[in-house]
Design a protein around this ligand. Structure first.
Ligand code: OSB
Ligand code: MG
Length: 384
């Protein structure tokens, strides 16, 4: 994992990390977002500012959700881990590469979203020091990335169909339907009936078990691009059993918390596609390692989303520009979710369903400090 970071950017002059701030922001959503595990109305997320001794500030985001219903991390656990462990472990250190940050944080077991925030802030520092875009630093090759939309669970089929019609109109290249027991086969049937042969997939967010195998197998008749995370959030064994008799590829999201998880899942046949979220897999170096593994094995990848603020999305966009990310990303622009994002202007989905990858040095988007201050519900800072 350390090698991926240094292979892409090489060894540099050491950078002294002299200070950090943690800011919890509570961003109201324009419309609530419902999955099988619950409804989000205000997206609480954690922003990190990392300072170098020579005055550069890097931003990162710990994009765990408010509650421990997706995976075990929450905004609160990220705050605890970063404040009490992560920040003290990197402050005062001379760091040469993102891999060094990974190494310094390695004694912390798990807590990938928390660690990723610090690593991302360091990538952002490097991008500024070197006058390069995040995409260029990571070895990105795409100027634009394809996007799909993730449609939350709606109260009615009719309103689900309305949102799909809107997104198809806006150019999105594939539709992902959130499903849950009781809101699955008839919904998929209704979408196929109304929209025909669109590129369609479903995401169950771990709401089924092997007892539901017959129902999941019955989805084969709808020609879905993939079924995302049907079974338990920490499982790969049952998924392998399900995949054996399922023609539709399984894509794992929740179950993949590291490059080793990805290798194990592929070795077992638990999935044929992987959704990479930089925070969930432990950071950008880990995302690069999964990218390399999956390219070697011809396994399609795409970048998922955590309803991040624009800061987290900027890193997702750079990761999605790598050559192995061959399927559309979950990357709705912030105005779909947020009245006011912490970057402005944000990116747009073009009518042909793509987003331009920023080529300018640094994050690629202006950060709105006034909005961060306005939505901040907790701030903490430390110096070496
Ligand atoms: O399972 O992909 C998921 C949002 C929060 C947590 C988990 C998921 C999602 C989404 C939204 O599907 C995707 C996005 O951020 O655009
Ligand atoms: Mg998912």
């Amino acid at each position: 994992m350390h090698d991926s970071g240094s292979r892409y950017i090489g060894e540099r002059e050491p950078v002294r990390l002299s200070g950090a701030e943690l800011v919890v922001v509570d961003l109201p959503l324009i419309t609530e977002f419902t999955t099988s595990f619950g409804t989000t109305r205000t997206r609480q997320t954690l922003l990190v500012r990392l300072h170098t001794a020579d005055g550069v500030v890097g931003y990162g985001e710990a994009a765990a959700l408010n509650d421990p219903f997706y995976r075990s991390e929450t905004t609160g656990t990220c705050l605890h881990i970063l404040r009490d462990y992560g920040v003290p472990m990197v402050l005062g250190k001379d760091v040469r590469s993102p891999g060094d940050i990974v190494g310094l944080l390695a004694p912390i077991r798990g807590h990938g979203f928390a660690k990723a925030a610090l690593e991302c802030a360091f990538w952002h520092i490097l991008a500024q020091r070197e006058g390069r875009s995040l995409s260029a630093l990571l070895g990105g090759t795409r100027q634009v990335i394809e996007v799909g939309d993730s449609i939350g669970i709606h109260p009615t089929t009719e309103s689900t169909l309305e949102e799909i019609a809107l997104r198809l109109d806006e150019g999105y290249r594939r539709i992902k339907l959130k499903i849950a027991p009781g809101r699955d086969v008839p919904l998929v049937e209704a979408v196929r009936e109304r929209f025909g042969d669109i590129t369609l997939m479903v995401d169950a967010n771990s709401s089924y078990s092997l007892d539901d195998a017959a129902l999941l197998w019955s989805l084969d008749r709808y020609n879905l691009l993939m079924i995302e995370q049907p079974l338990a959030f920490d499982d790969i064994v049952d998924h392998a059993q399900l995949q054996r008799r399922l023609a539709t590829p399984i894509c794992l999201d929740e179950s993949i918390g590291s490059p080793d998880d990805a290798r194990h899942a592929l070795d077992l046949g638990a999935c044929r596609i992987i959704n990479v979220k930089p925070g969930r897999v432990g950071g950008i170096c880990a995302s690069l390692a999964i990218h390399d593994l999956c390219r070697d094995r011809d396994v399609p990848l795409w970048v998922g989303g955590m309803l991040e603020s624009g800061i987290g999305r900027a890193f997702n966009l750079a990761v999605a520009s790598l050559p192995g990310f061959t399927l559309p990303a979950d990357m709705s622009p912030s105005h779909v979710f947020y009245a006011e994002d912490v970057i402005d202007p944000t990116y747009e989905v073009n009518p042909d369903g793509v987003i331009a990858v920023p080529q300018a040095p640094g994050l690629g988007f202006p950060i709105r400090e006034d909005r961060i201050a306005r939505y901040a519900s907790y701030t903490w800072s430390a110096k070496e």
